[in-house]
Design a protein around this ligand. Structure first.
Ligand SMILES: Cc1ncc(COP(=O)(O)OP(=O)(O)O)c(N)n1
Ligand SMILES: Cc1nc(C(=O)O)sc1CCOP(=O)(O)O
Ligand SMILES: [Mg+2]
Length: 203
């Protein structure tokens, strides 16, 4: 799998799910994840299908977080699994050959994840974040550089990333950047995507 750049994660958005998905398609955002923790299954499936319909056939891949069953129902492109979620092996029984991304939070976890041959790994939190329940200790830039050197699949830097610190992340060699709050805590979603893509493409 090739590097994909900006990876937007939807959690409690201020803009509508529809407008976010439409903007991602329009602006060519390659990865869009639905990560909602407190919705009913019915609502999660409704949103997953809505995002699927909008992104189908576009450059924007639709990623479902945590839920292999709902990823399969919504025909997602990817399932994303963390250290406390079901294993990749278990997920395979539900999603078949769907692409899978794995979260990692230490060098040891990266080594263990790479053996499982996911399509990409998330590595973080790079900086402190409160957008996740019980976040791991921040890994920092030096460990991020180490992981970028180790991995032969895309590494997604995540956690506490904002325009203010993006140059440090890019200078470390990161090619894939996932963000929640910068894109969720605004009603100017489309403008932020445009601004941010200009910022990362400048380098
Ligand atoms: C791209 C990406 N990286 C990491 C995560 C975090 O997954 P996880 O550790 O399972 O935590 P939750 O997101 O489920 O709270 C992610 N979702 N996406
Ligand atoms: C969802 C998530 N996973 C993380 C990890 O370390 O795996 S950090 C995180 C939250 C990222 O949100 P923000 O960009 O607002 O800091
Ligand atoms: Mg998870």
């Amino acid at each position: 799998m090739e590097d994909f750049g900006l990876y937007i994660i939807i959690t409690n958005p201020q803009s509508s799910y529809r407008s976010i998905a439409e903007s991602c398609v329009e602006r060519g955002v390659k990865m869009l994840q639905l990560r909602e923790k407190s919705l009913s299954d019915k609502e999660l499936i409704r949103l997953g299908k809505e995002i699927r319909d909008i992104t189908r056939g576009s450059e924007t891949s639709f990623v479902m977080n945590d839920r292999a069953d709902i990823a399969a129902i919504c025909e997602a492109d990817f399932l994303h699994l963390g250290q406390d979620d079901m294993s990749m092996e278990e997920a395979r029984k539900i999603v078949g050959d769907m692409k899978i991304g794995l979260s990692t939070h230490s060098i040891q976890q990266v080594k263990e994840a790479l053996v499982q041959k996911p399509d990409y790994i998330g590595f973080g939190p790079v900086y402190p974040t409160n957008a996740k329940a019980r976040p791991d200790q921040p890994v920092g830039i030096e460990q991020l550089k180490q992981v970028l050197n180790m991995a032969t699949i895309p590494v997604v830097a995540i956690g506490g990333i904002f325009p203010e610190n993006i140059q440090t992340i890019l200078s470390a060699g990161a090619k894939n950047i996932a963000m929640v709050r910068h894109f969720m805590q605004t009603d100017q979603f489309d403008e932020r995507v445009l601004e941010f893509t200009n910022l990362i493409n400048k380098k």
